[in-house]
Design a protein. Structure first.
Length: 575
């Protein structure tokens, strides 16, 4: 052997491990800002995350004989498809503070989802070209739904990806043992979210029908593994009010025959915008104006197009078998993508929103395993060629990386804004007292972000205090474990609802609506917390609450009810 020449076996080992090392380095570099945004900001909060924390706390307190919430809330013990996040949060809150628990949950819903997607990619297509699609997987994982705090759905998405990877790993040897383990995973997915549960079943059926080999044995055991989740889904359907009737809605599509209206409708399904205007990076303002899409979306679409063309040009006879074997992922991804882009926005007001965005997240996660995939490494004796396919792949990676950097910069901006606003808001928590019934009015601060970090952060006032927070909407929805004991509370605090005013200037109609609602609910409120200032609103509130707040900062004030017994619900002593 000549000195300095690597043996063929060692060279093969090095070449096989190189994609893995490159992928690990790129993933580490791009994940660090996500974890930094979460863990380096004490008050990094998602929009709905505080509601999950508060209701998990109510569930934990319900296990005690002297729960301070027993007169207001009940806990459903039925196998509802929303127990997943509450069980996980309850376990975390039994060990850590609510802040640490929320940070862990936010990390799982983003970085954990990313890890599951990349794991599926590895199971399906190996380490080859993982680096190319890593920025795209990052964009899928730090989406709008994550900052909205839809933890149950994202945990269900993790179960969806895990189920596909588990099925794929044993596709050629699917028997009763694997079917039993798959059933457990599918039930776990059901307990997280019904949408991901149904989509998991659909995707597995598509893979069964399209993936070559194994025949009826695999299909039969796959169907058997689906049975427990199907039974639970039927049970859940029986709980839907009105006998399961739904109302399919295409909200925002004013004229189905108008091409322009459809273009607007398609843009509304975008999962990447977390800010109204992103930072000025990589000509972001220019490219947004040109494409009429956020810069992140434009770079992502451009990168996907380039990678897809590169993959088409790169197809070789030696890889044809791999392409046919993996085509089920393409079928599932395309079908889900079409439903997300052109499908309905929801199935009724009480069924949960963002249906199209949920479908798109799942569709894109399904596409990652086969995007720019090449299972077999290039043979050692084949010379490397810098052809058009490789050039397009590199350009696609660059476009996706540009979009990823813009998204990460936007995420840090959101983290800073969230931390500043929530820090000031939480200064009022001691003055909300203990054992009190609290309502919170928010006059929205000027914000550059789609998610509203302050919208539900007031629910944290109820953790460790025994306070009932009337802004907690979850107990009004039939599919959540925590429920209102009094049906009138659902009408007052959800159907009508405590408003959050989106502008400093409040319309006369909105002021009158708040006055009417307050006249009905003031007897159930001991403390009123107000973020923002409006003279007309203050005048209405002063009819039932003291003029002088017990706490006041630049943006937050806490008012006591004027009735003498306002402090008799558990000792609302002043700090």
């Amino acid at each position: 052997m000549r000195q300095g020449v690597m043996p063929a076996k060692s060279r093969r080992s090095f070449l096989d491990s190189a994609p893995r090392y490159r992928a690990i380095i790129v993933v580490t570099i791009l994940v660090a800002p996500i974890l930094g945004a979460i863990w380096l900001h004490r008050w990094f909060v998602t929009q709905d995350g505080s509601i999950y924390l508060y209701n998990a706390h109510i569930i934990l307190e319900s296990l005690k004989s002297n729960s301070p919430f027993q007169d207001y809330y009940s806990v459903q013990r039925a196998p509802l498809p929303y127990w997943g996040a509450y069980v996980l949060l309850g376990a975390l809150m039994s060990i850590f503070s609510e802040r640490i628990a929320d940070h862990v949950m936010a990390s799982i819903a983003s970085v954990g989802f990313l890890a599951s997607i990349l794991w599926l990619r590895h199971r399906v297509a190996g380490w080859q070209r993982v680096t190319l699609i890593t920025p795209f997987a990052i964009l899928v994982s730090i989406n709008l739904l994550w900052l909205l705090g839809l933890y149950n759905f994202l945990l269900g998405a993790c179960c969806y990806v895990a189920a596909l990877g588990f099925w794929w790993s044993g596709r050629d040897n699917f028997g009763p043992g694997r079917a039993m383990l798959m059933s457990v995973l599918l039930v776990a997915g059901y307990l997280c979210h019904p949408v991901t549960s149904v989509l998991t079943a659909g995707a597995l059926i598509i893979l069964c029908l399209v993936t070559p080999g194994a025949g009826w044995r695999r299909a039969g055991w796959t169907l058997v593994s689906l049975l427990p989740a199907i039974v639970l889904t039927v049970f859940y359907g029986s709980l839907i009010p009105g006998g399961g009737e739904t109302s399919v809605r295409w909200t925002g599509l004013a004229d189905p025959l108008s091409i322009r209206q459809w273009l607007i409708y398609l843009r509304a399904a975008d999962i990447t915008p977390i800010a109204h205007a992103g930072p000025t990076l990589f000509f972001s303002r220019t490219i947004s104006g040109w494409s009429h899409l956020p810069a992140v979306s434009t770079w992502a679409v451009l990168g996907l197009i380039l990678l897809s063309i590169s993959g088409f040009l790169n197809r070789r006879t030696a890889e044809a078998g791999d392409s046919r074997e993996r085509r089920g992922f393409w079928f599932a991804a395309v079908l889900l993508g079409i439903c997300g882009l052109f499908g309905p926005t929801d199935f009724g007001q009480d069924s949960g929103g963002f249906l199209r965005q949920r479908l798109l997240v799942i569709a894109l996660a399904t596409a990652v395993p086969v995007l720019a995939a090449r299972r077999r490494p290039v043979p050692l004796d084949r010379p490397k060629r810098a052809g058009p396919a490789n050039l397009l792949a590199k350009l696609g990676f660059g476009a996706l990386l540009a979009g990823c950097v813009i998204q990460l910069a936007t995420l840090w901006g959101y983290a800073d804004a969230s931390d500043q606003m929530a820090t000031e808001f939480m200064q009022a928590k001691p003055y909300a007292g203990t054992g009190q019934r609290v309502a919170v009015l928010i006059i929205e601060p000027e914000s550059d972000y789609e998610p509203k970090p302050l919208l539900h952060v007031s629910n944290l006032f109820g953790i460790g205090t025994g306070n009932v927070i009337w802004n907690n909407y979850a107990p009004a929805l039939y599919y959540f474990p925590v429920q209102f004991r009094n049906a009138s509370d659902r009408t007052l605090f959800y159907a009508r609802g405590i408003p959050d005013f989106e502008q400093q200037e409040i319309s006369q109609q909105d002021l009158e609506d708040w006055e009417d609602l307050l006249s009905e609910i003031e007897g159930r409120i001991d403390r009123l917390v107000v973020w923002g200032r409006n003279p007309q609103l203050d005048e209405i509130n002063s009819e039932w609450f003291d003029d002088a707040p017990v706490f006041e900062s630049e943006h937050v004030r806490v008012f006591m009810h004027t009735r003498p017994e306002a402090g008799d619900h558990g000792g609302a002593e002043q700090p």
